[in-house]
Structure formats: C-alpha cells, structure tokens
Design a protein around this ligand. Structure first.
Ligand code: GLN
Length: 484
C-alpha cells in the first residue's frame, strides 16, 4: 500500500477499494510502528487526521473531489497550522500553537488532503543534516547512522520510509533538494513567489520557498498543483497563472537542450556521485536531448554570498522572538533586559545564535556596505550567469549534493564543511529559480540526487524531464528495506 502513487490511491479511493479513513489509519499505524527509529515527526495529529479522512470520504462520495482528497500528507513544522504546535524545530516555539493556517496548509486542506502531522526539521530551517533540531536529529531510513540531510529532513525521511504519501518542505539554500537527494526521493523547489510564504515561519525572506517532497515527479506535480498560486497575504507572491502540471508531463524530450556547468563537476564532487550523474545524463542523451557544456563562472561565490544574505535576513526576522511578542519566556526575569537576554539565550540553539550574530554584524553601520551590499551585488552576477546560460539551454543539470549522506555527528562541529553540502543548490535560491532533485543510481547503497534547474516558472518542464526518467528507470522506486 505504501508503494502506491497519489494517482493510484486516488483511483483506489474512487473505486471504493479502500476508504480515506482506512488509508489514514494505515499511515498512522506505520508512524507508530516505525517513527521511533527515525524521529521524523514532531507532532502527529491523529484525531484531526481521522476526522479529515471522514470528511474526505464524504466528499469523494459526492463526486466533488480533488486528486489529493483523502490522501495522507505531512507538513514541515515551519508551516503554521491552526490549533497545532508549530515549533519550527526550536525550543523558542515549543509552546506555540498557531492560531491560523499558512497559505500552503489552507490550500492542502481545501483540496481535501488529510494532514497527518508536522515533521522534524533543523531549527528555524538552518542546517543541512537535521542535527540542529531541538527535538533531536532525524535519521536516514537507508541507514540510521547517517543523516537524512536538512533542513527538511523529517519530511524527506517520512516520505522515503513510507510514513506519509507526500510531504511539504521549504528550501532557502537547498533544504528541499539536498534531503531529497540524501533520502532517495523527489523534491521540487519552485520559482521564488510560486508558493505562498504566508504563515511559513521566515528564515531568509528573499530566499525561502515551499515545495513538495514526494516519491515521484508525478506526485510532485499533483502536490504543486494544490500548493502553487497567488496569495495576496504574501507581498512577493507571483501573479503568474498556474499551469496544469500534469498536462505535458509525458512530453517527448527530443531536442531538449541540457546545460552541464563545468563548475558543478569540479574536484569537490565525489567520484561515485559523479558516475551516477553521468549515467543519468547518458539516459537523456539517448532520449534525444542535446548536451551542452556551459559555465556559471560565479558559482564559487554562492556559498559566501549566501552566508551573508541569509544570516542578515534571519537576524531581522528572528528579532520578533523576544519572549514578549512571541516565543519562549525565561522564568523570573529581573528586568526587561534580563528577560530579552535569557529568553533568547535559552530559546535558541547554537547554530541559530551563530547566524544571528553574523547577520547582525553584517548589517551594522559601517559594515553594511562592505558585506550586505557587496553580497547583493554579487547575487546579481550569479543571476546573470543563469540568465546567460538559459539563452543557450532549456534546463541545467548536475549533482544535487557533492556527496551521499554523511554520518550523524560527522560534520556537526565543522560548520564550513556542513555549509559546503549546499554548494550546488544555493545559487538557485539566490537567483530565485526553480530546481528539482530526482533519485538516480545509488552509490554504495546510498541515494544520489540529480539536480535539474529551470528558468523562471518552468516547473512544468522540470517535472516533464524528471518524469521521463522515472518512466524508463526504477531508481525512484528503490525503498529502504527496514521500512518495507
Ligand atoms: N543548509 C542551508 C542553511 O543552513 C540551507 C537551509 C535551507 O535551505 N533552509 O542555511
């Protein structure tokens, strides 16, 4: 049952083979049976899920159902969910019951999806291994001694282990694509502005974007169909019409121009990952695609630029968590200053504090021009590199991450090496482009992700390119044996 795609489940529900209540029970049972080994959920909303399943069954009977009606999905704990703890993986929000739904949550509820609960994540989405969560690390279902990637590691692990049909994630510098790669699932970070940021707890507002994490490109298309669209409550939400993402998903790839940036195949890339990526590129060549060598000359600057821009924006966004307006409050404060200092000192973990300090420094008078302004200028050069490339090619391909999943604790004390796991994903956020990760041949039994990058609002093209691969190969169907 946990192998079935969304469209297969939708057909089963309509044919009366099973009800949404039964399907939901099945997934809730899997969570209670398996999640102890993974820690992928922070909160499971069993009662609400069963009630939503009952309504979905009624809606299915009435004939007025969406493809997602009655399908059990999970949401990253960064999305505010009415009446449910929405912690963002932080002690700061451990006591926060959101009083409203994020835009993404309202849309999924509107489609009749059954929300199983909230998935674990790096604290405030800062991390690449899920080890910064206040609720403890998530483990990779392929090998529980390995990290699942981050920051949407709970969603990635839950999808890979079959503890939900599909999930949502967010991606500021790679947090949908990198954990998707490390857990062997499909992840799509849409164009900036495609999916509403309303109610998505902000990390770096000019980079954050929500998207689907699924077992296939077809499932991602169905999820994105519900998640995408204009939201007047998000001032950077795109007005662009949402196309039908399934309409051209089967289209032929003959003549597709694929760009391979030489900077994505340099000495930082593990040879095993490189070999799997090459094999996938050969597949596309056989499908009639044209492979073109390109260059994104400013790629090497993307990590340093990101680690100025993202901390700067986070230092401002996280100022609201002060123990007065939002968040954890310390016991018995002596005075106001003591209240601020101790509440923030106790509420935030080490990585969040590091980012707030860096960001505050970069934005302070006298340093703003040297750091933040400079970083924004280089950000333009990075976008221009992509703009030039897309004059020549339809999509860009390369690895999602330089290595396969690493060991728990292996990089925990070395922030720079941790930051480098996003070396191929970060530029896409800086430019606001859509990017996707799809599983290709595993290396040494560990999943590898192929990254596909498109031009603005070309999500349908990415889904098409990914779907063709998944129709002809079985890599996306591989599942970790322990969770069969
Ligand atoms: N790993 C990156 C960071 O720690 C990206 C995180 C993300 O995309 N949310 O900032």
């Amino acid at each position: 049952m946990q192998e079935k795609s969304i469209s297969e489940l939708a057909a089963g529900l309509r044919a009366g083979e099973f009800s949404s209540a039964e399907l939901t029970r099945f997934y809730l049972d899997r969570i209670s049976q398996h999640d102890e080994k993974l820690n992928s959920y922070i909160t499971v909303t069993e009662e609400a899920a069963l009630a939503a399943a009952e309504s979905a069954d009624a809606r299915l009977k009435s004939g007025d159902a969406d493809l997602l009606t009655g399908i059990p999905v999970a949401n990253k704990d960064i999305f505010c969910t009415n009446g449910v703890k929405s912690s963002c993986g932080s002690r700061m929000l451990d006591n926060f019951i959101a009083p409203y739904d994020a835009g993404v949550i309202s849309r999924l509820k509107g489609a009749g999806a059954v929300l199983l609960g909230k998935t674990n994540m790096d604290e405030f989405a800062m991390g690449s291994s899920n080890e910064t969560s206040y609720y403890g690390p998530v483990r990779n279902p392929w090998d529980t001694e390995l990290v699942p990637g981050g920051s949407s590691g709970g969603s990635a692990a839950a999808v890979a282990a079959g503890l939900c049909v599909a999930a949502t994630g967010t991606d500021t510098g790679g947090s949908i694509r990198q954990p998707a790669a490390l857990c062997g699932i499909t992840g799509l970070k849409p164009t900036y502005g495609r999916v509403s940021r309303f109610g998505m707890i902000a990390f770096a507002s000019s980079l954050d974007q929500g998207g689907p994490m699924t077992r296939s490109a077809e499932d991602a298309a169905i999820m994105l169909q519900s998640m995408a669209g204009f939201d007047e409550r998000d001032s950077t939400s795109a007005q662009e019409a949402v196309p039908n993402y399934l309409a051209d998903i089967d289209a032929d790839l003959k003549g597709l121009k694929i760009g391979l940036p030489k900077e994505y195949f340099d000495e930082g890339l593990s040879p095993e990952v490189a070999a799997s990526i090459q094999e996938a590129i050969d597949f596309y060549r056989q499908q009639g695609a044209e492979i073109i060598d390109i260059s994104l000359p400013n790629s090497a600057l993307s990590v340093p630029v990101y680690y100025v821009v993202a901390p700067a924006e986070c230092s401002s966004n996280l100022a609201r968590f002060d123990g007065v307006r939002f968040g954890h409050r310390c016991d018995d404060p002596k005075d106001l200053e003591d209240l601020y200092k101790r509440s923030r000192g106790e509420g935030f973990g080490a990585e969040v504090k590091r980012r707030i300090l860096i960001g505050t420094y970069a934005l302070s008078a006298g340093y703003y021009d040297a750091y933040y302004l400079k970083a924004q200028q280089i950000r333009h050069l990075i976008s221009d590199d992509f703009a030039k490339a897309f004059e020549q090619v339809d999509v860009i391909m390369g690895p999602t991450a330089p290595t396969t999943a690493f060991g728990l604790g292996e990089k925990a004390d070395d922030p720079v090496s941790m930051y480098l796991s996003d070396i191929y994903t970060i530029a896409v956020n800086l430019a606001g482009l859509p990017g996707m990760s799809v599983p290709v041949r595993p290396a040494d039994g560990k999943p590898v992700g192929l990254q596909i990058i498109g031009n603005y609002f070309q999500e349908a093209k990415l889904l098409n390119v990914a779907h063709r691969l998944q129709q002809e190969t079985e890599w996306h169907k591989a599942r970790p044996a322990t969770f069969a």
